[in-house]
Design a binder for this molecule. Structure first.
Ligand code: UDP
Length: 484
């Protein structure tokens, strides 16, 4: 007799972690699996249209919204997502607050029918491991990043060898990788780790080791060497099931994925339709990175001087008045025939999938990279922090589908200084190399197109990621039968 599997998904509340887990919910539900997605009121309001649609259409996804204890942990009201956190103290308080969700969540899960059969949780929500043990179900981990970073995490953070390689401008070749990766010590992920978070990191790593497997949003043709090696060194199953966002082609979902877009979908599409194929550079740095006002202005000058059509997403944060003043002093007028600015949240997947997009200037967040890859878009890489400098290596040196803008230092997560790391001329050079008619750009475009085909094939019937979803569900069903 077939059993109904029930997957409980617990994301970290940060858009780069939550959005792919919403995609995962749709992917699993499309296979008839029952899914419970854990969120909080402020986060639920960002994906309200998705929640309503799931309810109305009978897709087997249940969204459970748990009260988040901001007040008890000294967080401002509504500070339920990492993108609202503005200090180290609040970042630590935020993670402490997450841990208190265990009690209420366990009680809710005990009442479920069908009962939960596994938890897939963000690695940072490591407290779900105790909960899974209490409920007697397996726990798989998910981190929002790709195979390269997973392998790095295991080889360096887990073994604490990052303490030996951190700090300093000189380059090191990272040992133990299937690719040659040479990177400045100061750009190695982990060097921005907040000391107060050391304990969290330790507990998280311990629970990673005890987990029953790892789910990664990547695909075999993209990262098989890293994934194979990672699987070997951790000695447990790694399920590559990406790019997950390709499983949901619903236009309304794509347009409001992760947040309500700050531009009308039809207006955005009309503008894109009016542009020549592959002519536009899309500029966006994800959900967490902040750009200082002077750097925003320098980007504007670079885009103007490049003469290339552009679609530019600006998140200038609490100093946006300075930026707005500058934009209104002639920039928007001078570039109106070939430039569109989105202030706030862009419908990124909708944009990247449009034939007018010919390049993507990105901060190298894993989701953004995967989205660009899946639509065959070559990139200009401008990493800011975390594992983004490693991801840049993958694009520029391993896959050779992008050009590095040339940043040599991390951009602090929360900008308090008016730093300018990239000059107008660096932008002009990079845009011309990527979008120009030279052989280099042409070769990158061809490789990107080929990779895009492979990404889409991976999630189609018979593709590696599609097969892995089947195997994952089978494995969980087998564990349910064993537990009976
Ligand atoms: N995103 C979006 N619109 C925006 C900014 C971001 O849809 O204006 C989405 C983007 O498509 C991706 C996610 O937010 O799915 C950002 O994740 P990523 O890993 O690229 O970067 P992070 O925000 O975690 O730094």
């Amino acid at each position: 007799m077939d059993v109904t599997a029930h997957f409980v998904l617990v994301p970290l509340m940060a858009q780069g972690h939550t959005i792919p887990m919403v995609d995962m919910a749709h992917l699993l539900a499309s296979r008839g699996v029952h899914v419970t997605f854990i969120t909080t009121p402020a986060n639920a309001s960002r994906i309200e249209s998705d929640i309503q649609r799931a309810r109305g259409s009978g897709i087997p996804i249940q969204f459970v919204s748990l009260r988040f204890p901001c007040e008890e942990f000294g967080l401002p009201q509504g500070c339920e997502n990492l993108d609202c956190v503005t200090s180290r103290e609040h970042a630590v308080a935020f993670l402490h607050a997450c841990r208190t969700l265990r009690g209420p969540l366990t009680s809710i899960l005990r009442q479920q029918n069908p009962p939960p059969s596994c938890v897939i949780s963000d690695t940072m929500q490591y407290w779900t491991a105790d909960m899974a043990r209490e409920l007697g179900i397996p726990r798989l981990t998910f981190s929002g990043s790709g195979g390269l970073f997973h392998l790095f995490r295991h080889l360096f953070l887990q073994n604490k060898s990052n303490d030996k390689v951190n700090n300093g401008a000189e380059s090191v070749v990272l040992p133990g990788f299937p690719h040659h990766i040479e990177i400045a010590r100061a750009l190695i992920p982990g060097s921005l780790f907040i000391p107060e978070m050391a304990k969290f990191r330790e507990e998280m790593m311990e629970e990673d080791c005890r987990s029953d497997g790892v789910v990664v949003n990547t695909f075999s043709d993209l990262e098989a060497p890293c994934i194979d090696q990672y699987q070997e060194v951790i000695g447990k199953k790694v399920w590559t099931i990406g790019p997950m966002f390709l499983c949901n082609r619903d236009a309304a979902y794509i347009a409001a994925r992760g947040n309500k877009a700050s531009i009308d979908q039809a207006q955005c599409l009309r503008w894109l339709d009016s542009m020549q194929p592959s002519s536009v550079i899309y500029v966006s740095f994800g959900s967490l990175a902040r750009t200082s006002p002077s750097q925003v202005i320098e980007i504007g000058l670079g885009l103007e001087a490049s003469n290339c059509p552009f679609l530019w997403v600006i998140k200038a944060g609490n100093r946006s008045a300075e930026v707005e003043t500058w934009l209104s002093q002639g920039f928007e007028e001078r570039t109106s025939s070939r430039g569109l600015i989105i202030r706030g949240w862009a419908p990124q997947v909708m944009i990247l999938s449009h034939p007018a997009i010919g390049g993507f200037m990105t901060h190298c967040g894993w989701n953004s990279l995967l989205e660009g890859i899946a639509f065959g878009v070559p990139m200009i890489t401008w990493p800011h922090f975390a594992e983004q400098f490693l991801n840049e290596k993958l694009i520029v040196e391993v896959l050779r589908t992008g050009v590095a803008i040339g940043v040599k230092t991390m951009t602090p997560w929360q900008v308090d200084k008016d730093v300018v790391l990239v000059k107008k001329d660096d932008m002009v050079r990079a845009v011309s190399r990527l979008m120009g008619e030279g052989e280099e750009g042409e070769a990158m475009r061809n490789r990107s197109r080929e990779l895009g085909h492979k990404a889409r094939a991976a999630v189609e019937e018979g593709g590696s990621s599609c097969e892995n979803v089947t195997l994952l569900i089978q494995q969980i069903k087998a564990s349910m039968k064993l537990a009976q």
